[in-house]
Design a binder for this molecule. Structure first.
Ligand code: CU
Length: 125
């Protein structure tokens, strides 16, 4: 094998490694909701400069409980809106507010702050 083809091969491996790493990291951002009693999928979401986690994996057709807690004085996140479900809620600082919804079909369902600045999504499968 010549030096140049060896370098091309190494570059190819590096690219593959980068792609694998990139997609693993990207997938890691989406956190799966835990299924608790009565089959309700439940997850804690912290509101602080954004939603953590901002991508939540759930199963379609089953109830989901999102427990939002705003951990900042900024009023940006004091309201959370789930337009696909016609729901909105006021989030007092340091108090947990639960919102229950059921994504009927697989798809992505966004949730935002009242000003549509902070964004998160449910990924129903
Ligand atoms: Cu906002």
């Amino acid at each position: 094998m010549s030096m140049s083809s060896l370098l091309v091969t190494l570059a190819g491996f590096a690219l593959i490694a980068w792609i694998v790493w990139y997609f693993w990291l990207w997938k890691d951002e989406a956190v799966s909701a835990a299924t608790g009693e009565r089959g309700v999928q439940e997850i804690e979401v912290t509101v602080r400069g954004g939603y953590q986690p901002s991508a939540i994996m759930v199963q379609a057709g089953r109830p989901v409980r999102l427990n939002f807690t705003r951990r900042e004085a900024s009023t940006c996140g004091e309201e959370v809106v789930l337009p696909d479900f016609g729901k909105r809620a006021h989030l007092p600082q340091d108090q947990t507010v639960s919102i229950e919804i059921t994504p009927a079909r697989p798809g992505e369902y966004e949730f935002t702050c009242g000003m549509n600045m902070m964004r998160g999504k449910l990924i129903a499968q």
